[in-house]
Design a protein around this ligand. Structure first.
Ligand code: G16
Length: 543
């Protein structure tokens, strides 16, 4: 076995986006493409000797190939030990958990999350730091800079490691330990939640359906919900991770998880429905005839957090991404704690969690989590809801309705215009930005614009400034229109329009969401000229 330096050509466009580098599989398959990015990670990390790295992914097409390549490159960079999930599998929250538990210096996560998988689908790679969370911008920018200047990559010519057998092996001087991908994570969940109460709930015949969407959370959900909590076999469906996600689009929202939503709206609906995404960090919570808005889910978890053993002592603060509804802000106010508003991207929560300024974090994009790890966590959110149901004796619907009655309802929706022409989308944002100053004070029907700006975030811990994080049009009654371009798409541009309206009156809490938001939808269109600029008549996805 020898370690070689292979000369390489540079690739443009290797700048990590909202969550790592995401591209078409075919792009990653170009000779040197993956290797260059991994080399750039190692060059950024510096001396790796004596250190442990965690490695795993969501099992999508190209996962196994990439794991073998990264192992050979890690050995060439003198990493002391790699913990790799069996079969190359580790959910994103499990990577975070394993990094923290084993004191690793970081981890490489292979996933394009909710983006479709398969040979024609997407692949992705992301670096997580010592605290278990996504690398902050100063590190991702350093990685990017290396991708633009490196001349070669270092790699061992050793043969493949057997990823399917748990245990320790050696690659060059490096120890490789193939670990059970579920064990450490399951042990953490059992400490946070009242497993006895949930087991008793299932013992009383409580019915649930968890859709793994043929992605990575299936094995975790099966082991925990059916195995440890005693839910009947068949509670977890689509539980086997597939390289192409069995054709599912593993983005848990009412559009992609339509089968689950139809079940929950039908006559034989179970009491609780849930789904997770490609890499296991997103969640969808569904009651009978009710898909819970992720922003509401965060607020409800926060308001009832002390029902779960891991949060008995109360929460320090809440953090939400800027486009996420302000439902959580009302809970924070009632609890007398801070609510932080960050840009989109889970990486912005890391400092707040490390500094113990926030305990719970959430995003409208079906992401919720806490200080137990440094990633959002799909199954954690599902277990939190099971704990709330078991401890309160209330259904999902009761918990939601009682929350609205107490705090008011933030009607909320996101409209996505996917794969539109990137130049037109950029131009639309530039022109809209130019209009912002003149929007303040203008009236549109019943709404008056109180503030219009492009969101700038100053991290309260390290004072790093992130600008151009989304255009906000805030009305005098607190209603909001937010527009931003996605940082995770791989085709053209995706324009996201976020709409929010507050309703205090309980007699008006059962309106259709799109109807409740119709005036704001019209204003968003008028101000941005979205349809005209993108040539689209309607959004591709409404959540
Ligand atoms: C990632 C980030 C999230 C973000 C989401 C959507 O999620 O971790 O913080 O909300 O992308 O980002 P965008 O609107 O830029 O597409 P995931 O689950 O894809 O890793």
């Amino acid at each position: 076995m020898t370690i070689q330096t292979v000369a390489t050509k540079l690739f443009a466009g290797q700048r990590p986006g909202t969550s790592g580098l995401r591209k078409k599989v075919t792009e990653f398959q170009q000779p040197g493409y993956l290797e260059n990015f991994v080399e750039a990670i190692f060059l950024t990390l510096g001396d790796c000797s004596g250190r442990t790295l965690v490695l795993g992914g969501d099992g999508r097409f190209y996962n196994r190939t990439a794991v073998q390549t990264i192992l050979r490159m890690a050995a060439a960079h003198k990493v002391a030990k790699v913990l790799v999930g069996r079969g190359g599998i580790l959910s994103t929250p499990a990577v975070s958990c394993v990094i923290r538990k084993h004191g690793a210096f970081g981890g490489i996560v292979l996933s394009a999350s909710h983006n479709p998988g398969g040979p024609d689908g997407d692949f992705g790679i992301k670096y997580n730091i010592e605290n278990g969370g996504p690398a902050p911008e100063k590190i991702t920018e350093a990685i990017y800079a290396h991708t633009q200047s490196l001349t070669g990559y270092r790699i061992s010519d050793a043969g493949p490691v057997d990823l399917d057998r748990i245990g320790a092996t050696q690659l060059e001087e490096m120890a490789v330990e193939v670990i059970d991908p579920v064990a450490d994570y399951a042990e953490l969940m059992a400490r946070l939640f009242d497993f006895d109460a949930i087991r008793a709930l299932f013992g009383r015949g409580f019915t649930m359906r968890f859709d793994g969407m043929s992605a990575v959370s299936g094995p975790y959900a099966k082991a925990i919900i059916e195995g440890m909590l005693g839910a009947p076999a068949g509670t977890v469906i689509n539980a086997e991770p597939r390289e192409d996600f069995g054709g599912h689009h593993p983005d848990p929202n009412p559009v992609n998880a339509a089968e689950l939503v139809a079940l929950m709206n039908g006559a034989d609906a179970p009491e609780f429905g849930a789904a997770s995404d490609g890499d296991g960090d997103r969640n969808m919570i569904v009651g009978r005839n009710l898909a819970v808005a992720p922003s509401d889910s965060l607020a409800i978890i926060a308001a009832n957090a002390t029902m779960a053993p891991g949060y008995r002592a109360g929460i320090k603060g809440i953090a939400r991404s800027m486009p996420t509804s302000q439902a959580a802000d009302r809970v924070a106010e009632a609890l007398g704690i801070s609510c932080f508003e960050t840009p989109t991207g889970w990486k912005y929560f890391g400092n707040l969690l490390d500094a113990n300024l926030a305990t719970l974090c959430g995003e409208e994009s079906y992401g919720t989590g806490s200080n137990h790890i440094r990633e959002k966590d799909g199954l954690w959110a599902v277990l939190f809801w099971l704990n709330l149901i078991a401890a309160s004796g209330k259904s999902v619907n009761q918990l939601v309705q009682e929350h609205w009655a107490r705090f008011g309802r933030n009607y909320y929706s996101r409209h996505d215009y996917e794969a539109v022409d990137a130049a037109s989308a950029d131009k639309m944002m530039v022109d809209l930005r130019a209009k912002l100053a003149s929007l303040a004070g203008q009236s549109f029907g019943d709404f008056r614009v109180a503030q219009a700006d492009d969101f700038v975030y100053t991290d309260p811990v390290d004072h790093a400034v992130a600008s151009k994080q989304g255009i906000r049009i805030i009305m005098s009654d607190g209603s909001r229109i937010v527009l931003r371009l996605s940082g995770t798409g791989t085709e053209g541009a995706t324009v996201r329009v976020y709409l929010e309206r507050y309703e205090a009156d309980p007699s008006r809490h059962d309106l259709d969401t799109q109807e409740a938001l119709a005036p704001l939808i019209a204003i968003a269109e008028q101000v941005s000229e979205l349809k005209q600029r993108t040539g689209r008549k309607e959004p591709s996805v409404i959540t």
